[in-house]
Design a protein around this ligand. Sequence first.
Ligand code: ATP
Ligand code: MG
Length: 310
Amino acid sequence: MNGEHDMLVIGTAALDIKVHARSLAIEPELSNPAVIDSSFGGVARNIAENLMRLGSEVSLITAVGSDDAGTQILQQLRDVGIRTDAVIVTEDYNTGAFVGVYQLDKRLRVAFDDMQVIRLITPGYLNQHRRLLRDADVICVDANLSARALETLFRLARENDVPVCADATTPLLAPRLHPFLPELAALAANRAEAEALLGTHFRNEDEVLQGARRLAQLGVGLSIITQGAEGLSYATSDESGRLPAFNVEVVDPVGAGDALTAAVAYGLAEGLPSTEVVRLGLAAAAQTIVCAQTVCPYISLEALYERLVV
Ligand SMILES: Nc1ncnc2c1ncn2[C@@H]1O[C@H](COP(=O)(O)OP(=O)(O)OP(=O)(O)O)[C@@H](O)[C@H]1O
Ligand SMILES: [Mg+2]
């Protein structure tokens, strides 16, 4: 492995505020005791940081506000070594933000997000930066981009023969990727996102696997449907299967999906066989789950391979 790939990530960077309730019952119209922390998030930003830590050259195309959160996000991106030349800083919108309330059992209870700033990533802006798209080994995208921006992104990727890997992001946003399924080298969706994308409800594990196969039939090179603690189902045009999650102690599962998508994009760039790509993704998810942070600061290719050989 040479580990030196040029990866381009396009999508959101945001401030994540996580509210961890300290009691079992959450009272809706009262202030509830909680541990509240903030970290840098946004699916694309998380993927970019993971890819960086896996040893790639990474450029990020995103937009942030000229507020404190935006300034801090930009600084952190530069500190970890991500190229930020194509990041828009604007006074017109707030920096993207996500607020999630987590129950005592660590499951998400409710969340809000404000990602309006991503509207500034227009077709014109992507065209302006088409050299970045042309020169990437793999382009990774989240589903926050507008339909028109996605159209331009996929056109530029197609013209330059650059594989695109997508994260379905949220059930509300996932359907935006539908028109582009035949153009996706890889897609990672969690169960609810895959249901939204396919307009169906999976009643059991078998149907999840069928869903992954359906996505592959619709043209996705490697489709992955993650199922939290249950692992994932995956499919290509000629193979499919289910793989269990790594058996690790859950410290914080948030960001596991983003790490998985990043590792999948890395595996694509590396030209690994599909099952190896998926296993690398599972290892990245496991590494993230044992970490309190959304992006594990000590994720590395070596750490993932250590998990894979055990
Ligand atoms: N509780 C858990 N125990 C073990 N593994 C888990 C757990 N939650 C997630 N994982 C691992 O992480 C992968 C991705 O998880 P999940 O399906 O929750 O993605 P997601 O909803 O996209 O997460 P996020 O968007 O917060 O990063 C799973 O396929 C699994 O391998
Ligand atoms: Mg996810």
